[in-house]
Design a protein around this ligand. Structure first.
Ligand SMILES: *[C@@H]1O[C@H](CO)[C@@H](O)[C@H](O)[C@H]1NC(C)=O
Ligand SMILES: *[C@@H]1O[C@H](CO)[C@@H](O)[C@H](O)[C@H]1NC(C)=O
Ligand SMILES: *[C@@H]1O[C@H](CO)[C@@H](O)[C@H](O)[C@H]1NC(C)=O
Ligand SMILES: *[C@@H]1O[C@H](CO)[C@@H](O)[C@H](O)[C@H]1NC(C)=O
Ligand SMILES: *[C@@H]1O[C@H](CO)[C@@H](O)[C@H](O)[C@H]1NC(C)=O
Ligand SMILES: *[C@@H]1O[C@H](CO)[C@@H](O)[C@H](O)[C@H]1NC(C)=O
Ligand SMILES: *[C@@H]1O[C@H](CO)[C@@H](O)[C@H](O)[C@H]1NC(C)=O
Ligand SMILES: *[C@@H]1O[C@H](CO)[C@@H](O)[C@H](O)[C@H]1NC(C)=O
Ligand SMILES: *[C@@H]1O[C@H](CO)[C@@H](O)[C@H](O)[C@H]1NC(C)=O
Length: 461
């Protein structure tokens, strides 16, 4: 429903937009979906992998499922720089009160919609889930419950959640999707503070790593890269849009803010005239900003990536390994968090081998083909699912799904089909040099490098 109504909208935008120029990306005309290219503000969607079947492999039985789940679509946040709620509301006011003076006498001024525009961003909803976010999480919980139904044989399920309200509410909607009105007594929530106190058990790894957090590690690189990249693609958009104002020189910040208004209006009311200010290559360049920043901040271009991703992977490895222990029966492992937690985990699992501290994403041009698209990996409601199967050969196999599509793991051999199907035999998975340090020692590595507080709860992820 959502995608259909949006693509109709986008066709309308293509037809009606005066400023749209598609020379760079003619080929995207038919398949480009704006809502799927907004970086971490993208709508939930499947990533563009190789199309491996998501069915349970023949002659294999599911034994465990692990979910690492981002919160759903949300309102603007309080602490998000130029895209924070207060900045966006200020821009709404400037557009309405004429301090950003639009020249309405220019025929077909793409800003003419402002005359009848009703802003949707409300400061009172800062940091909260949007209604779409609630639907996304409810639906996700329902789908996971149906797919893994045979694993749901316990009386009570542990829910580990980062303590911020929108993450907790996401975990609650998800639980309603799984259990309906039995939710309250089928779940046991553990809330992990987003500060130093949970130590290595955090679902907010930056905050619980004092050395990283207190020294602002990676931040200088992130700011420089985003500045350089912005200066390379934003000036042409400014040149295109500034003639539509009267005696006003549009700034880089103004244009970025229009982009955020486009993204958040889509999130909050499923459509936005601000999006028609941009063409597909503009959007893909904005998208690239998220990828540059997230790859540097604790992502695959950061020297800290294995430290930050280590504890989750170590806990995951211990839980996978517990399948060998007859008396250990937990089969469903659920954790709720933020995008910035999931990227380091996926990086430390070896998902983004083309991006390293020695070979970061370039900041002078958008290479378009690279692994770590935040749009694909951590859109709103994005998730990493780890499946553990036991197959006819009696061996155990691991498979990862990203947003419900099989991730093509290739570093640890083929599955029982002896083809590249994304399945890795468990001990090969745990011992692959790509993630050996994390699976065997991720917690100690984190504790040593971070000088982390001792973890005071025993959690399974
Ligand atoms: C318009 O709104 C902006 C942002 O709130 C404010 O700074 C400015 O003073 C307002 N201008 C007028 C003319 O009201
Ligand atoms: C769950 O809650 C219902 C209603 O509050 C109660 O009747 C039932 O005994 C509870 N079940 C368990 C397993 O606690
Ligand atoms: C762990 O420590 C934090 C901070 O001291 C505290 O808020 C929390 O309740 C503790 N958790 C447990 C399970 O003891
Ligand atoms: C507004 O646009 C009209 C039509 O292009 C132009 O003649 C006029 O000079 C513009 N006004 C200002 C203040 O820029
Ligand atoms: C816009 O920038 C140009 C070039 O820097 C400058 O000459 C002009 O005075 C500026 N206009 C306004 C309204 O600030
Ligand atoms: C097996 O699981 C039980 C229950 O969780 C635990 O007490 C025991 O230490 C585990 N044994 C091994 C070898 O890990
Ligand atoms: C797996 O396939 C390779 C060729 O792709 C073949 O050499 C090998 O013998 C096969 N292994 C098994 C166990 O069938
Ligand atoms: C694993 O840790 C060892 C010892 O600290 C280090 O020498 C090695 O480079 C690490 N391997 C990877 C893939 O990071
Ligand atoms: C695990 O990591 C710690 C901290 O970096 C290190 O001191 C220790 O030697 C490592 N252990 C193994 C078995 O690699």
């Amino acid at each position: 429903m959502r995608l259909l109504s949006f693509s109709l909208l986008f066709v309308a935008l293509l037809a009606g937009s005066v400023s749209a120029r598609f020379s760079d990306f003619e080929a995207f005309k038919n398949k480009f979906n704006l809502q799927e290219n907004l970086g971490t503000l993208s709508i939930y969607h499947e990533p563009y992998f190789t199309g491996l079947s998501t069915a349970f492999p023949e002659s294999c039985e599911i034994r465990q499922v692990h979910v690492l789940q981002r919160h759903g679509s949300r309102n603007p946040a309080s602490d998000d720089g130029l895209s924070s709620a207060i900045k966006l509301v200020e821009m709404q006011e400037r557009l309405l009160n004429g301090s950003l003076p639009i020249n309405y006498t220019i025929p077909n001024n793409p800003f003419r919609f402002i005359k009848s525009w009703v802003p949707v961003i409300d400061i009172r909803n800062t940091d909260q889930l949007s209604s779409m976010g609630r639907v996304e999480l409810f639906e996700m919980g329902r789908e996971v419950f149906i797919r893994y139904r045979e694993l749901f044989d316990a009386d009570v399920y542990d829910i580990n959640t980062a303590a911020q309200k929108r993450v907790v509410e996401s975990a609650e909607w998800y639980s309603y999707g799984m259990f309906g009105d039995e939710m309250a007594n089928k779940t046991k929530f553990t809330y992990l503070a987003e500060d130093e106190s949970p130590g290595s058990n955090s679902l907010s790894n930056y905050n619980s790593c004092p050395v990283y957090y207190e020294n602002n590690i990676d931040l200088k690189e992130v700011n420089e890269a985003s500045h350089t990249w912005g200066n390379s693609f934003l000036p042409s958009i400014i040149n295109r849009l500034f003639p539509y104002f009267s005696n006003y020189n549009l700034t880089v910040e103004d244009v970025e803010t229009f982009f955020y208004l486009c993204a958040y209006e889509l999130t909050l009311k499923d459509e936005s005239d601000f999006c028609s200010l941009f063409n597909p290559s503009d959007i893909m360049n904005f998208e690239y900003t998220y990828d540059v920043k997230n790859s540097l901040y604790g992502g695959p271009s950061s020297k800290w990536v294995n430290v930050l991703g280590g504890p989750y992977i170590h806990n995951l490895a211990n839980s996978l390994h517990s399948v060998y222990n007859e008396s250990d029966h937990q089969k469903v492992f659920l954790a709720f968090t933020h995008d910035a937690q999931i990227i380091p985990v996926e990086s430390a699992l070896g998902f983004f081998p083309d991006i390293t501290p020695e070979h970061p994403l370039p900041v002078t041009h958008n290479p378009y083909t690279y692994s770590m698209k935040t749009s694909s990996f951590v859109p709103f409601a994005g998730n990493l699912i780890t499946e553990l199967f036991q197959c006819q050969d009696q061996k155990y196999y691991v498979r990862h799904l990203v947003n419900q599509q099989v991730f093509p793991l290739t570093d640890c051999g083929y599955g029982p089909s002896n083809s590249s199907d994304g399945m890795c035999e468990l001990s090969a998975y745990l011992n692959s040099p790509v993630r050996y340090n994390s699976t065997h020692n991720g917690t100690d590595i984190f504790n040593a490098a971070c000088k982390a507080k001792p973890a005071n709860v025993t959690l399974h992820y």
